[in-house]
Write a protein of this length. Sequence first.
Length: 117
Amino acid sequence: VQLQASGGGLVQPGGSLNLSCVLPEQIFSLNQMGWYRQVPGKEREFVASITRTPTLHYAEFVKGRFHISRDNSKNTIYLEMTNLQPADTAVYYCNAPILVQSKAATWGVGTLVTVSS
């Protein structure tokens, strides 16, 4: 089963989108899950993460605008994005931070978020 993010699209500045991502059980069982994003030509960057507790962490540039959540019964994480800005335009991916940090992550299908008027 591949990591599959969905929910992206075109939105105007100030708009909102809700992303979701289904992860394979062997990855979801690693507890902490996260969202990342990548702009073509740039490094992939951390956006937000959530543990089962849940303990939440956010990148400074999304604090107060994005909210991460999870449904453990569905192996799914979500990213509610509000007050989107052009700088948020990127392909968004999900993965387990422990895999990303150890450079063992395999990246699945991301979802493109485009913020433009």
